[in-house]
Design a binder for this molecule. Structure first.
Ligand SMILES: Cc1cc2nc3c(=O)[nH]c(=O)nc-3n(C[C@H](O)[C@H](O)[C@H](O)COP(=O)(O)O)c2cc1C
Length: 157
């Protein structure tokens, strides 16, 4: 038997960056969710993935979105990570963002952005795995925000 708490602790030993995954829902409302499940999948074709919990209030928005964006946070953006980890339907009020040509909210001053078209969605346990085809991307040399063992860390690059 796997103990849930110990399993989460063990998973936390894998240091990750932190992203906010954004999309617009069917009514055009902006959605954002903090996610560290982001991973590369394929270079050719260019594919990435992230996982969304089935209990997420924004689930329908992401399952139906044709496009989404992965906003990779900088060391200075811990407050944004905490903000988008809250369950709050008005979470974009007071948050600066722009809209991509595809109508996806984009956060400014991130260290990387991946613009994605939803490619496949897999039903896996208590999450859905969302695979996106990358249609565009940008990056900078700023330092990343890091999540490790349940807390935020900064590393100098
Ligand atoms: C560092 C960090 C990483 C997270 N990664 C994920 C993730 O990959 N997938 C996910 O569904 N939730 C993840 N969460 C939790 C969601 O951000 C959070 O449950 C969600 O924003 C709550 O709002 P919702 O219920 O409206 O979705 C993460 C939270 C933090 C702080």
């Amino acid at each position: 038997m796997i103990d849930g708490k110990a399993f989460r602790q063990c998973l936390g030993k894998f240091a990750t960056g932190v992203t906010v995954v954004t999309c617009s829902d069917a009514d055009g409302n902006p959605c954002g969710i903090t996610a560290n499940s982001f991973s590369s999948v394929s270079l050719d074709p260019p594919l990435v993935l992230w996982n969304i919990a089935k209990v997420s209030n924004s689930l329908e928005g992401y399952l139906n979105a044709e496009h989404f964006a992965i906003n990779v946070l900088s060391a200075d953006q811990q407050a944004l990570s905490s903000h988008f980890a809250r369950s709050d339907h008005t979470m974009f009020s007071g948050v600066e963002y722009s809209l991509s040509d595809d109508g996806v909210p984009l956060l400014p001053d991130t260290i990387a952005t991946f613009h994605c078209r939803t490619h496949q969605i897999h039903d896996c346990g208590d999450h859905f795995v969302v695979i996106g085809e990358v249609t565009d991307h940008q990056s900078t040399d700023a330092d990343p925000l890091v999540f490790y063992s349940g807390t935020y860390h900064n590393i100098k690059t």
